[in-house]
Design a protein around this ligand. Structure first.
Ligand SMILES: O=C1O[C@H](COP(=O)(O)O)[C@@H](O)[C@H](O)[C@H]1O
Length: 235
């Protein structure tokens, strides 16, 4: 399947690259430009990023960007409820690959907290996230091959409530993926100036294709395809 075979709505912009390196360079430049613009316009910028394996090279590149990082607030769109020392932690991933080099100056709002379950941490997370008033400048989403994005999993009993929630984040217990999690809600993710779906590999095109003919309740990524979004894809 080619990305051009997908019957995407007009509000979805496709940026396809021949290599992951080219995607990383291009997306990093776009993010730098948009963060700079936000800082020039409002004196500050906000960026919510995904975890998982896909964004690692992007994080490494972006961490060197010449920006007033002290004016940038960074958070995650989701995290797994495990210690940042563990290799599957999105918080740990962010510290290892993004909050490095020039980006060490960024203001980071973590979702994971010690000494608490995801459920018990939700109120505190909502309070912390309220520090980002107004729309997020940039949201970078990933996508699993079950159609999940952030930690909005089709298998989880919390999905229906998450789709309807006006809060910033929710606790989620997926049954087909490991770990309890905290996820930003669709309401918070859609309250953003720029949304980017960052995916690599032909398997993700197959997943996108299925999502286009599905409902958000069975493939949550579909919800974000119903709103303006840029898809950055490479094989
Ligand atoms: O569990 C998660 O998976 C998705 C996709 O990850 P990837 O390894 O296929 O890039 C990710 O977007 C999400 O943040 C993460 O918690």
């Amino acid at each position: 399947m080619k990305i051009s075979d997908l019957n995407l709505p007009a509000h979805v912009t496709v940026c396809a690259f021949d290599s992951r390196e080219a995607l990383t360079d291009n997306l990093s430049t776009l993010l730098q430009h948009r963060l700079l613009q936000a800082i020039e316009n409002r004196g500050r910028a906000s960026l919510a990023v995904s975890g998982g394996s896909t964004p690692v090279p992007l994080f490494q590149k972006l961490s060197h960007a010449e920006l007033a990082w002290e004016s940038v607030t960074v958070t995650l769109v989701d995290d797994r409820w495990i210690s940042p020392d563990e290799s599957d932690s999105n918080d740990g991933l962010l510290h290892t690959h993004l909050l490095q080099n020039r980006a060490t100056e960024a203001h980071y709002i973590p979702l994971w907290q010690p000494d608490s379950s995801a459920e018990a941490a939700v109120d505190r997370c909502n309070t912390r996230l309220a520090a980002i008033d107004g729309p997020l400048d940039i949201v970078i989403l990933g996508m699993g091959n079950d159609g999940h994005t952030a930690s909005l999993f089709p298998c989880s009993s919390e999905l229906e409530a998450a789709l309807a929630s006006n809060a910033d984040c929710v606790a989620v217990n997926p049954t087909t993926a490991p770990y309890a999690r905290i996820s930003l809600t669709p309401a918070r993710l859609l309250n953003s100036e720029l949304r980017i779906l960052h995916i690599c590999g032909n398997d993700k095109l197959e997943t996108l294709s299925r999502a286009l003919t599905s409902q958000p309740e069975s493939m949550p990524i579909k919800l974000f395809l119903q709103h303006p979004i840029m898809i950055y894809w490479a094989p």
